[in-house]
Design a protein around this ligand. Structure first.
Ligand code: FES
Length: 165
């Protein structure tokens, strides 16, 4: 399956990417959540035209699908940047200085939680526990975990990713 989220999240939507997902889940009972999850894996978020096509082809009411998509925190309705930063603000990270890390990210990138940098490189998402509390404070960038963060090493990580483009 082709993944469109890595480099093309800001490109026009290619709805043919949904073919395989629809084929797999179209007739399964309780398919709303898996359909949305797979769609988000493809595009990095849930584009409205994709929700419309899913509704058309499954018979699920579009407003119901939209309601599910906006109810669950795991789903994103806006495109994300090339690097999705998931900064943990769970208890362990919070007491170990996650606020300072959050400030460092915001300072370095000039974005708030949920926003994407103008160059489309970074999106900041504040999340709850990432499940590796002993490494607090922690953030994930894409699938990579960055542990024991300080404001300085956080900025260094972001600068290095920016240099890579
Ligand atoms: S609280 Fe941050 S990883 Fe658990």
């Amino acid at each position: 399956m082709t993944c469109a989220c890595e480099n093309h999240s800001l490109d026009p939507i290619d709805l043919s990417l949904l073919d395989e997902v629809l084929l797999t889940y179209k007739d399964q009972p309780g398919n709303s959540i898996p359909l949305l999850q797979k769609t988000q894996e493809l595009y990095g978020y849930l584009p409205r035209p994709a929700l419309s096509r899913i509704a058309r082809e499954t018979g699920i009411d579009e407003s119901k699908l939209f309601g599910v998509a906006t109810f669950y925190a795991q789903f994103r309705m806006e495109p994300v940047g090339k690097h999705l930063i998931s900064l943990c603000q769970g208890t362990a990270c919070h007491v170990n200085g996650a606020n300072l890390i959050e400030d460092a990210i915001k300072d370095e990138l000039g974005i708030e939680n949920g926003e994407t940098t103008e160059d489309g490189l970074f999106t900041l998402s504040i999340v709850a526990c990432l499940g590796c509390c002993s490494l607090a404070p922690v953030m994930m960038i894409g699938s990579e975990t960055h542990a024991k963060l300080t404001p300085d090493n956080t900025k260094a990580i972001l600068r290095s990713l920016r240099r890579e483009g």
